[in-house]
Design a protein around this ligand. Structure first.
Ligand SMILES: Cc1ncc(COP(=O)(O)O)c(C=O)c1O
Length: 460
């Protein structure tokens, strides 16, 4: 990768403090990736702590006075919660499981927002028991259920998620601003206003504001400004009909990140001032006080802070030229390429190669022909089994979306900071996988082989 003798910054989409060092080594915030892979095994997710913190700070300084709620669905574990807490952000959570992580990490519940288009009774009970700061109402039927779990003495603050009818240029699977979709309540159909009326009827609920989330991996500022103006117009309509001035406006997340060197990103230094100015102007035009603005970035905080390391297992020539390079992970640790055609930069790390570049496709290990982690990437022609590959931009929606397909155990997460590596989520083990299987382990004994008993609660 690197033919110089001095470290060269990798640049986006690699973490801020990632450099190519001598001998093809990738060093992230002072930690060499080849040594880290030897110590923790592969695949392994690496999270650069100071990268996460830098991005939290960038949001806070580009949006002074606004609340930044990190969308925990992008990547969540107790250590990440601690970083988010220390950086003064809120948390946007979407299940009782995510709430359990925040609760057990000691995150202040008043800085938690709860989302979900199908919040289960367990999700709502967890949110209400914890005393979260806001529950974001996503359907009319949910209003009574939230009210039933709250009380006049301890009313629950809620926001209302609306669909502003904004179309965005992104993958259809992550476009959420248009009318026909599963999230939120339509402004144009009148459903949003009807929900406002019903929430206001409940003395157990306090309606603090409106919310929208128009999509993910968006590159343009404009759709946010359109959505913002539509939400301010709705705030004015609520005031006119109900005499209530709501004082919060949440524009969700979705801020795009660069996935290739020099690629486009929706930088918060560009977005922040435009949002603030447009909000002021729109409110002035409707004679409304300026509400407290919330944004909920997930990917923009976590994606570029993360790298995944894989070991090459097999190489196969392709009929039309090029090769398949099969690695020891795949769609179970990163389903995004198969789901959305997501792109990740890939590099050979840990050794320097002078071989010419060749087009290769990185294949995962799973029993799906579509389990391809990266198509047509340029790698040295002498890539061989045992080599280490690094994937950039895997900090968001990788660990969070991982599965056990083929009963492959999920990889660990290692945090790096100023020359130190620390295990923050341990690797799953085969014992973890077997622990949920309730049938007695013993069939193989009858076939003359022994089976190690696996102890778990509920089994003798
Ligand atoms: C309500 C809400 N807020 C925030 C986010 C975070 O989006 P992103 O990670 O693209 O910033 C999502 C993503 O699905 C979401 O649904």
């Amino acid at each position: 990768m690197d033919s110089t003798q001095t470290p060269v910054p990798c640049g986006a989409p690699w973490p801020h403090r990632a450099v190519w060092a001598t001998a093809g080594e990738l060093v992230i915030d002072g930690v060499a990736m080849a040594a880290l892979a030897r110590r923790y095994g592969t695949p392994v997710y690496v999270m650069a702590e100071r990268d996460v913190r830098d991005r939290c700070r960038a949001y806070r300084s580009a949006l002074p006075g606004a609340e930044i709620a990190y969308a925990g669905k992008a990547f969540l574990c107790r250590e990440m919660v601690r970083w988010i807490e220390e950086e003064g952000l809120w948390l946007d959570l979407a299940s009782s499981g995510e709430l359990a992580v925040a609760r057990t990490a000691g995150f202040p519940p008043e800085r938690v927002l709860v989302h979900g288009n199908a919040k289960t009774p367990r999700d709502l009970a967890a949110a209400l028991d914890l005393g979260v700061g806001r529950i974001v109402v996503d359907s009319i039927g949910e209003i009574n259920r939230i009210a039933a779990g709250a009380s006049r003495a301890r009313p629950q603050r809620v926001m209302l998620r609306v669909t502003p009818g904004v179309t965005t240029r992104t993958h259809p699977a992550v476009a959420t601003g248009g009318e026909d979709q599963k999230f939120g309540l339509s402004i144009s159909s009148g459903a949003a206003l009807e929900a406002v009326r019903r929430v206001l009827d409940h003395p157990e609920l306090v309606l603090t504001g409106l919310h929208c989330h128009i999509g993910s991996q968006l590159g343009e500022v404009r759709p946010y400004l359109i959505a913002l103006r539509r939400l301010v117009a709705l705030l004015a309509e609520i005031r006119d009909r109900h005499g209530r001035v709501l004082d919060e406006l949440n524009l969700g997340g979705g801020h795009g990140v660069a996935t290739r060197p020099g690629g486009a990103a929706l930088d918060v230094t560009r977005l922040g001032p435009r949002l603030t100015a447009t909000l002021r102007a729109a409110c002035a035009a409707c004679d409304l006080p300026v509400p407290r603005l919330f944004v909920e970035p997930g990917r923009a905080i976590a994606a570029a802070a993360g790298v995944t390391l894989y070991r090459v297992v097999a190489i196969k020539a392709r009929p039309g030229g090029g090769a398949y390079v099969a690695v020891d992970g795949g769609m179970s640790d990163n389903p995004r390429p198969a789901l959305y055609g997501a792109h990740h930069e890939v590099a050979l790390v840990g050794r320097r190669s002078e071989a010419p570049l060749r087009t290769m496709t990185i294949a995962g290990r799973h029993c799906e022909a579509g389990d391809l982690l990266a198509a047509d990437v340029a790698l040295p022609a002498d890539v061989r089994p045992g080599d280490l590959l690094a994937f950039a931009g895997t900090g968001a929606y990788n660990h969070a979306m991982a599965s056990n397909y083929n009963l492959v155990a999920r990889p660990p997460v290692v945090a790096v900071r100023a020359g130190t590596a620390r295990l923050i989520v341990r690797a799953e083990t085969e014992a973890d996988l077997l622990a949920r299987d309730m049938a007695p382990a013993g069939v193989a004994v009858r076939q003359g082989r022994t089976v190690e008993p696996v102890g778990h609660p509920g089994k003798g």
